[in-house]
Design a protein around this ligand. Sequence first.
Ligand code: COA
Length: 303
Amino acid sequence: MRPTEPLRRLTDDQVGAVVALLDATLPAEAHRLAVDPQWMDIARHGRRRYAGFLAGDGDDGGEAYAQLTRQGSSWAIELVRLPEVGEAVAIDLLRSALDVVADEGGGAVHWWVHQPTDGHVRVAEAAGFSPGRELRQLRRPLPVAETTELVVHPFEPGVDDEAWLALNNRAFATHPDQADWTLATLADRMAEPWFDAAGFLLHPDRTSGRLLGFCWTKVHPPSAADVDGMILGEIYVIGVDPDAGGRGLGRDLVLAGLDHLHRASAATHGMLYVDADNEGAVRLYDRLGFTIHHTDQAYQTVI
Ligand SMILES: CC(C)(COP(=O)(O)OP(=O)(O)OC[C@H]1O[C@@H](n2cnc3c(N)ncnc32)[C@H](O)[C@@H]1OP(=O)(O)O)[C@@H](O)C(=O)NCCC(=O)NCCS
């Protein structure tokens, strides 16, 4: 069973095969491909820097699937396979994805695994990956009792782009996904169906007007995996200028974001992703009552 050539967009039948594979392999909650409709959307419509790989004996594959996407300055791989499909197939899929990365200029690659097993560890090693980032999904019920008086205004596309980019790239100077954004990266995100400038909050310095921090929120459409009536509102990206850190701005920005999510979108739960080794952010969210919902592990390599 060999993986397909890289697919740059999936046909409806192929999307159906991947969805069936997700349904058959994992509870929907357990995989980022399943919880984030954006991934399927990318596969269906094709996108710059997307490649999909299906493996299986049928016309449309459907026994294992890998998806490669470019994320900021690095690459991300997602992979699902039926339990009876051997590890060799998973290794082939990863190698095929790495070939595409090499053809497209190389870079850091993260294969994201939800709650890794010994099998994942073996596959990762065989394909040349080593353990890397540990990403926690945190949640807390809304509303939050504490409030903030912080002055924020919504991002205005075409006006705030450059100033926000400069702030983002300062705050996330060493971050694998969020560093070195360009106007094109920002434009890609703003073109996403979920983008809503009203939930992208900016905090300027009162006297100079210079941006000091931001909290960009994102509302998730209801998922079959969620409890009935649950609406997840994500703190998608939050950053504070390093010069203005440690004065409570981060905390106020999270509170402003959660308040917006609850009031404007009726979000019942706040959610976010944080790297386990981001001590400052982990502490910030812990203080605000967030708890760990689940942990994803990345296996990484550089091509
Ligand atoms: C994480 C970040 C938003 C925090 O902003 P901030 O304005 O410095 O944080 P605050 O001053 O509001 O601090 C809030 C709490 O977090 C803790 N905290 C913040 N940064 C910390 C650090 N570097 N180390 C330890 N604790 C830290 C504070 O101690 C405070 O808790 P306490 O008052 O109970 O002690 C900011 O450091 C940042 O932009 N980092 C880079 C981007 C990033 O990592 N974003 C989060 C991605 S998930």
